[in-house]
Design a protein. Structure first.
Ligand code: SAM
Length: 286
């Protein structure tokens, strides 16, 4: 059997009794045109090993394989989907590796074949989407070359946000200090079965080269938590918590980073936060 001759997803779901389970954040994409569009955001995958988190009944899985990925490893927590996924594996000519596990716990680097491009694709379970993104953003050494990830629209907006607006915060700074990011595709809630309460969007991330990527994620995490934790205050006040772990005052850290202590966090660009994290690290006690 080839990928083209697999039965429609609705049939697979009925046959295997795969009703959506809310506890696992299950909202399925059954339109193979749409999953094809999402997979195409990964570009040419003919030399790439792909990994998909939460394949569910396999709509995106089929599209990734149809797009020609060299291999695909899927990580699914819910064992009800294993039968349907095995059928896809057979139709893929042995390119699919199925792992039943919690994606938060797996070591992706060890799961994937060594070398070459490694692409992450996922219609992420909403309840763990941000945690998984942070896990992948902070991974060092960086084991992946591109990520194509569906989030609730509000989270996607926060990943790609520019300074100055409400969406700009920790997630934008950490994402953009580590990766080049762009909005790939907006997807309305009605595209899912069952439809979630909110719209979604696909974000494309590519890790920055080693000499441009900000390495000290601990320092960046601490200064952004402090700065955005009280985002309506001026940085001179909101940064007091982070400064408490250093020999410097908030004002001194900000001045060292070339940032106006009277500014608010949302006006400081990613480069500013990188300098602030460096100043924090340089002044840190212990
Ligand atoms: N990819 C499918 C699609 O687009 O139709 C399903 C997407 S659904 C939003 C999220 C999927 O992630 C479900 O299959 C769910 O069982 C799975 N999932 C939820 N939490 C997970 C976890 N921690 N690790 C692995 N898979 C998980």
């Amino acid at each position: 059997m080839s990928l083209d001759s697999l039965p429609p997803l609705r049939e697979v779901i009925a046959q295997h009794g795969l009703g959506a389970n809310k506890a696992f954040g299950q909202h399925f994409l059954l339109d193979l045109n749409l999953t094809g569009k999402i997979a195409s955001l990964a570009g040419d995958m003919s030399a790439a090993h792909a990994i998909e988190v939460g394949p569910g009944p396999g709509g995106l899985t089929r599209a990734i394989l149809a797009a020609g990925a060299k291999s695909l490893t899927v990580v699914e927590k819910d064992d009800r989907f294993l039968g349907a996924l095995e059928e896809i594996g057979t139709a893929s000519g042995g390119r699919l590796d199925i792992v039943q596990a919690d994606a938060l716990q797996v070591d992706e680097d060890a799961l994937l074949p060594a070398g070459g491009e490694r692409v992450i694709l996922s219609n992420l379970p909403y309840n763990v989407g941000t945690l998984l993104l942070i896990k992948w953003l902070e991974a060092e050494p960086v084991w992946w070359t591109r990520a194509v990830l569906m989030f609730q629209r509000e989270v996607a907006d926060r990943v790609v946000a520019a300074p100055g607006g409400k969406a700009y915060g920790r997630l934008a700074v950490i994402s953009q200090a580590r990766c080049q990011v762009r909005m790939g595709l907006k997807v309305p809630a009605r595209a899912f079965t069952p439809p979630p309460k909110v719209d979604s969007a696909v974000v494309v991330l590519e890790p920055l080269p080693d000499n441009e990527r900000f390495e000290d994620v601990e320092a960046l995490g601490i200064v952004t938590a402090s700065a955005f934790g009280q985002r309506r205050k001026t940085l001179r006040r909101s940064l007091a918590q982070a400064a408490g772990q250093t020999t410097a005052s908030a004002e001194e850290l900000l001045t060292a980073a070339g940032i106006d202590p009277g500014a608010r966090a949302e006006t400081v660009d990613v480069a500013g936060f990188r300098r602030l994290a460096e100043a924090w690290r340089a002044a840190k006690t212990g």
